[in-house]
Design a protein around this ligand. Structure first.
Ligand code: ATP
Ligand code: MG
Length: 276
């Protein structure tokens, strides 16, 4: 197979017309890949994505061809998928204000051009979910927010409308399902692409802790940072360690690795209802 792309977390191979998307156990924080893998992370993210693709299949078509017809060395952490012509926009939906969105709001009152009410704070719930697209930055660079008008300039007004609609629909369905299981989806990023027949198809990964912020509903309290089901331990450790957040990162201690793995398992089990 031809290796087309090696991202921070995933490797993408071409096999005939198909792609094989392989999730590794690598973890990145602040866009830097850490030298220490998180055991099973690739399998957990793959299983969770597959579960979501199935849950949302009636809402939007997805790129999955098979989770089993993959090279044996990648079994469990690879998906055979349709090769799409990816739309060059990271499609983000936010239901709560945090992270880069909060920073933007604090300096401009808007996120990706969307005007928001005054007085919102860290983790505030938004009046309604909003579409806050960003650029797909090349490796080593950070994604930048885009306004809706910028998206329309890039991909055309009609496609921009559809991206916004699909992104909000996916967010709403995901958030509703997760809420039933005690989890808030603060925000999520999806990637869409065109199939050869002209349909808009969901690609990449879906509603995983790498693409979304998941918060436990029971401890939700606006006005402060929430516990997050993903890289929280790694970020906390990074803050304590004095690492300057630039490449290269130091090795992650075993207890932080274990706690992080446990979080990924926990959120997988909570969302899907399956035992890991
Ligand atoms: P990073 O996630 O490290 O910021 P990245 O998004 O480029 O970088 P990965 O997520 O590791 O890297 O790799 C997945 C790549 O494959 C992305 O570029 C994504 O757009 C692309 N991709 C996902 N699904 C498809 C598909 N069905 N067809 C074509 N490209 C796809
Ligand atoms: Mg990616």
């Amino acid at each position: 197979m031809e290796l087309l792309h090696s991202g921070k977390v995933r490797d993408v191979y071409a096999e005939g017309d198909d792609l094989i998307l392989v999730a590794s156990d690598r973890i990145s924080v602040y866009d830097v890949v850490l030298p220490t893998p998180i055991p099973d992370k690739g399998k957990l993210l793959t299983a969770l994505s597959l579960w979501w693709f199935e849950q949302l299949a009636d809402l939007v078509p997805n790129h999955v061809i098979s989770a089993t017809d993959v090279p044996p060395e990648f079994a469990g952490r690879a998906i055979r998928c349709r090769r799409l012509e990816m739309v060059p926009v990271e499609c983000v939906a936010r239901g709560f204000l945090t992270g880069g969105g909060l920073k933007e709001y604090e300096s401009t009152g808007k996120v990706s051009g969307v005007e928001l009410p005054r007085g919102l704070v860290e983790a505030s719930i938004l009046p309604e979910p909003i579409f806050t697209p960003s650029t797909k930055a090349p490796v080593g660079e950070h994604d930048e927010p885009m306004t809706f008008a910028e998206v329309a300039d890039k991909v055309g007004a009609q496609t921009a409308d559809r991206l916004r609609q699909v992104t909000i629909d996916v967010y709403c369905r995901g958030a509703e399902l997760a809420a039933d299981r005690g989890i808030l989806v603060a925000d999520t990023k999806i990637e869409l692409g065109w199939a050869p027949d002209g349909t808009l198809v969901l690609g990449d990964e879906l509603l995983t802790p790498d693409s979304s912020r998941f918060w436990p509903a029971e401890s939700y309290q606006p006005g402060r940072a929430q516990f997050s089901y993903d890289k929280q331990y790694v970020r906390d450790w990074a803050a304590r360690s004095g690492w300057d957040k630039r490449h290269p990162a130091p090795e992650v201690p075993a207890d932080v690795v274990d706690a992080t793995r446990a979080r990924y398992v926990d959120v997988y089990e909570k969302l899907t209802g399956n035992r890991w």
